[in-house]
Write a protein that binds this ligand. Structure first.
Ligand SMILES: [Zn+2]
Length: 273
């Protein structure tokens, strides 16, 4: 599922391929993806305009196409962008294709169909209406610590809550907690100042490093949990078998040896789990 680093990578890709070109047509192959607008309306509103710039917040990408006209893209489970030049054929799972001159196109590809496309008037208004928290790469340490300290529950559930901090999903939350050496079920209000500092540093490091590597899983460091998580996976730090548990409604992978908890929600005690 595209998380902050993937969406930032899509933003950079769109910026480098698709800005400042006249939109000649919008081809909607599968209208499921459209929110609050028909295919015909979308094409009518965008035809003749240009994508001027883009802005990312959390897992949402906003592309400005004029005064009070922003295209909002959300990539759901499997969404991605592909820029197609000239005769290149669009993938079968391309749901919406923005056409430019000389048959250049930007395709919104989405195999599982959980993506979203709509036109909105303004980004701030949208963020307020969804009650989205600050972007995970836009908070400083004191804001980050205040958010985590103020909310009860498993630290992983708090990292995943888009209304508290926007952009972190299941995979990167596990990676951040592994790097912080915190058990995902750790009660957030019990985190020490040192824990919070490690968590904050790990959040920035993991997200920025993933962006720098264009979220190519083959290039992620072997010391990361992401390249080992799953059944039969071993901890890249200590070699013990990784464990999984459902925390915050999602499957978490972690190393019970390296990620000890001083107070774990599962055990309600100081025992490590
Ligand atoms: Zn370990």
């Amino acid at each position: 599922m595209p998380e902050l680093p993937e969406v930032e990578t899509f933003k950079r890709y769109l910026d480098s391929t698709s800005l400042h070109q006249r939109i000649t047509a919008v081809e909607v192959r599968d209208a499921y993806v459209l929110q609050n607008i028909s295919g015909r309306q979308l094409a009518h509103r965008l035809k003749g305009r240009r994508f001027e710039n883009s802005y990312r917040h959390g897992k949402h990408l906003f592309v400005r196409a004029g005064a009070e006209i922003w295209l909002r893209l959300h990539f759901g489970m499997t969404g991605s962008l592909e820029y197609l030049k000239h005769e290149r054929i669009a993938p079968k799972t391309a749901r919406v294709i923005f056409h430019f001159a000389r048959n250049n196109r930007l395709a919104f590809d989405d195999q599982r169909k959980f993506g979203e496309i709509e036109l909105i008037k303004g980004v701030d208004e949208f963020l307020r209406s969804r009650h989205l928290g600050p972007d995970a790469l836009d908070v400083n340490f004191s804001q980050f610590a205040a958010i985590i300290r103020k909310h009860r529950g498993a630290v992983k559930a708090i990292l995943l809550n888009q209304q508290l901090i926007a952009g972190i999903g299941n995979l990167y939350a596990d990676e951040i907690l592994f790097r912080s050496r915190l058990h995902p079920a750790t009660e957030a209000t019990r985190l020490s100042g040192d824990d919070l500092r490690r968590l904050f540093r790990a959040t920035r490091y993991v997200l920025e490093r993933a962006i720098a590597l264009k979220t190519d899983f083959n290039r992620l460091p072997k010391s990361w949990l992401l390249t080992h998580r799953g059944k039969a996976g071993k901890c890249p730090r200590c070699g013990r078998a990784l464990k999984s548990a459902t925390i915050g409604g999602r499957t978490s992978w972690f190393c019970a040896h390296c990620q000890r908890s001083s107070f774990c929600l599962n055990h309600r005690s100081k025992d490590r789990c």
